[in-house]
Design a protein around this ligand. Structure first.
Ligand SMILES: Nc1ncnc2c1ncn2[C@@H]1O[C@H](COP(=O)(O)OP(=O)(O)OP(=O)(O)O)[C@@H](O)[C@H]1O
Length: 243
């Protein structure tokens, strides 16, 4: 495998070495990550596949600075995330990471634009909420409340909210898990556009193996390890995914 040194900080998004996570609940220990090594390039599209409980969400939460590993080192570019204190880690997360979850997490009493503005008001280098909503094809619906939007449209607002602060990385945990194929494709198109136009690194957890074909590489998780890394010689467009 290519090492972080080979990649160089200019091209490196993340590199992890021997990352481990053990959850202790009473007398029970769960080894969610058992020594994981990886390098991720800036601007890469990565899909994470693996059975339930194999450690994908644990890994994503650590990479996104929401959680810390029990052992091992993690870098983002030339910053060692595992050496940061809480405040520094929060600052990294706010500046660099956009999150998209299965269930949109929009605030029901705020319009689409207000939901996006919540993030842009505290970001360092945001785009206008209107531009973010235009990028996901929802400029005309910006004054609508979540309840007035379909599931796919709500997820596109969530994508707009995540890209509006212009993060280096988008972390997506089952972004199409609640959507039908047509709406799911539309959401994936907005993610792919962010990757292409804004050079955002995309990390996508999914149970839909068809989505792997739009990735540069696929990490296959098994029992708390990355059992296999697959490289795609060519990527397909979201519209070509067989669902
Ligand atoms: N907060 C926690 N406390 C204790 N155990 C946990 C905690 N979070 C996750 N686990 C355990 O760690 C292991 C890995 O869980 P994780 O959620 O990372 O898997 P996953 O691959 O994302 O699964 P899924 O596809 O079902 O979301 C599982 O055995 C899970 O039960």
């Amino acid at each position: 495998m290519q090492t972080a040194e080979d990649l160089g900080d200019n091209h490196r998004a993340f590199s992890g070495r021997d990352l481990r996570k053990t959850y202790v609940t009473g007398a029970t220990e769960v080894h969610a990550l058992r020594g994981v090594d990886f390098d991720i390039r800036k601007g890469e599209i990565l899909v994470l596949l693996g059975p339930s409980g194999s450690g994908k969400s644990t890994w994503l939460n650590i990479v996104g600075g929401l959680d810390r590993p029990t052992a091992g080192t993690l870098h983002y570019a030339d910053t060692e995330l595992t050496a940061l204190n809480e405040r520094e880690l929060t600052r990294f997360r706010r500046a660099q990471i956009g999150f998209i979850f299965q269930f949109y997490n929009l605030i029901p009493s705020l319009t689409a634009e207000e939901n996006v503005r919540l993030v842009t008001d505290i970001a360092e280098n945001p785009m206008e909420p209107e531009e973010a909503l235009a990028r996901v094809g929802l400029a005309e619906r910006r004054h609508h409340f979540p309840a007035q939007l379909s599931g796919g449209e709500q997820q596109r607002v969530a994508v707009a909210r995540a890209i509006a602060k212009q993060p280096g990385v988008l972390l997506c945990d089952e972004p199409t898990g609640a959507l039908d194929s047509q709406t799911g494709v539309r959401v994936l198109e907005t993610l792919e556009a962010a990757n292409r136009e804004l050079e955002t690194t995309l990390l996508i957890i999914t149970h839909n193996a068809g989505i792997a074909a739009m990735a540069d590489r696929v990490f296959h998780f098994l029992d708390g390890q990355i059992a296999r890394i697959e490289s795609n010689s060519s990527k397909i467009k979201p519209a070509e995914i067989s669902w």
